[in-house]
Design a protein around this ligand. Structure first.
Ligand SMILES: [Zn+2]
Length: 219
């Protein structure tokens, strides 16, 4: 009789222990699944922001020349390559290098519709213009030789509109500093997230996609 009571108690304790163990396991399982859904939510948001870039892409920023078949540009995936002007940092953009090294030769057109958000001199970017597109993407065109018009912040821009001409300005506090590097267009693309005001994304693949949409221009 005593033995069977002891067995009975042992059984209850074992059951209690098993239930508790299962509850702990359930608790553990519940934790990662919450984290996973947060990650999924974040991933979904970023996916949508990236999708917004595609929606605004219309033209490759350098039109094809109808006058000179040697007037080509070349670029590589130089994302986060080291740059050293004013300290060491990663390259946040793509450089479209001029085949003909002549400042002011290649026209630069707006990739997207949008509004001029920034224009004027920047120590690193030289004569630059920044266009905010309809889906809140910031397209940054730097090192221009000159502007096509006297642009002001807030000016409405159409995709394909000439913004200016490719140059070699920048890398100097003094306005108009030029000749510190080869003639090229530095293109930056930035999106805005809840946490980060300007998040740089790699323009390389967007440019590859845009190669099928080149305007033709007489130059
Ligand atoms: Zn660059």
């Amino acid at each position: 009789m005593r033995l069977s009571i002891a067995s009975y108690l042992l059984l209850i304790i074992s059951v209690c222990f098993l239930i508790q163990f299962q509850l702990v396991r359930l608790g553990e399982a519940a934790l990662p699944s919450t984290e996973a859904s947060d990650v999924e939510e974040q991933a979904r948001k970023y996916y949508e922001l990236y999708e917004d870039i595609w929606k605004d892409l219309v033209y490759f920023p350098v039109p094809e020349s109808t006058q000179n078949e040697e007037a080509l540009v070349s670029y590589e995936n130089s994302w986060m390559f080291e740059r050293t002007y004013g300290g060491s940092y990663g390259h946040e953009g793509t450089d479209l290098m001029a085949g003909i090294q002549k400042s002011g030769y290649y026209p630069i057109v707006s990739i997207s519709d949008g509004v001029v958000e920034r224009v004027g001199w920047l120590e690193k970017g030289g004569w630059r213009i920044g266009i905010r597109s309809l889906h809140n993407v910031y397209f940054y065109y730097a090192h221009l030789d000159s502007y096509a018009e006297d642009f002001k912040e807030g000016d409405v821009i159409k995709a394909g509109q000439i913004l200016g001409y490719m140059g070699d300005t920048g890398y100097g506090v003094k306005e108009g500093t030029r000749g510190k590097f080869d003639v090229h267009l530095h293109l930056g693309i930035y999106i805005r997230t809840e946490e980060i005001r300007e998040l740089a994304v790699n323009p390389y693949w967007f440019l590859k996609y845009l190669e099928q949409n080149k305007l033709r221009c007489a130059y």
